[in-house]
Write a protein that binds this ligand. Structure first.
Ligand code: FES
Length: 156
């Protein structure tokens, strides 16, 4: 029996049907699992690979390439702060320091209440509005230490 739920398998098969080559749906399969579970364990990855028809190694390669696929447990809200050049020049360091201090965690860590995980990321494609971060699926720009607290208050 698969470790994936019937709903997960059904969603993955739906994604596969959208491609001429069903194996092209590997990233979508990983996203389906992550949407259901918050992250992708080894067991889930292997089960998703079986559904898609690729080897676990092929699936792992895709998961490694996309830094939005989490291979370890994360908090309810994942904060990804851009550390690329435009954001760096517009105040990344003060925003990063404020996040670390106010959350009491470093990169790669999760708050003790499981509310936030903090990760660095390369360019979010929001370069004209740096410093920029993504919280869950939401993009925020023109960050300052002051606006960050207001933004994060909306995430429980
Ligand atoms: S450099 Fe930060 S979003 Fe592009």
């Amino acid at each position: 029996m698969s470790v994936l739920s019937d709903a997960e398998i059904e969603e993955i098969r739906h994604e596969m049907a959208l491609y001429e080559d069903p194996q092209a749906a590997t990233i979508e399969a990983l996203n389906v699992v992550q949407n259901h579970r918050g992250w992708v364990s080894d067991e889930s990855l292997e089960a998703a690979a079986e559904v898609v028809g690729v080897t676990p190694t092929q699936m792992e390669a895709v998961a490694t390439f996309y830094n939005l696929i989490f291979r370890k447990p994360v908090g309810r809200n994942v904060i990804m702060i851009c550390d690329s050049i435009s954001c760096y020049l517009t105040g990344y360091e003060s925003v990063r320091d404020h996040l670390k201090t106010s959350l009491g965690i470093d990169f790669g860590q999760t708050t003790s209440d499981n509310r936030f995980t903090l990760l660095p990321i390369c360019c979010l494609g929001n370069c004209g509005n740096g410093p920029a971060m993504r919280v869950g699926n939401d993009y925020h720009g023109n960050l300052t230490p002051e606006t960050i607290d207001t933004i994060l208050a909306d995430y429980v």
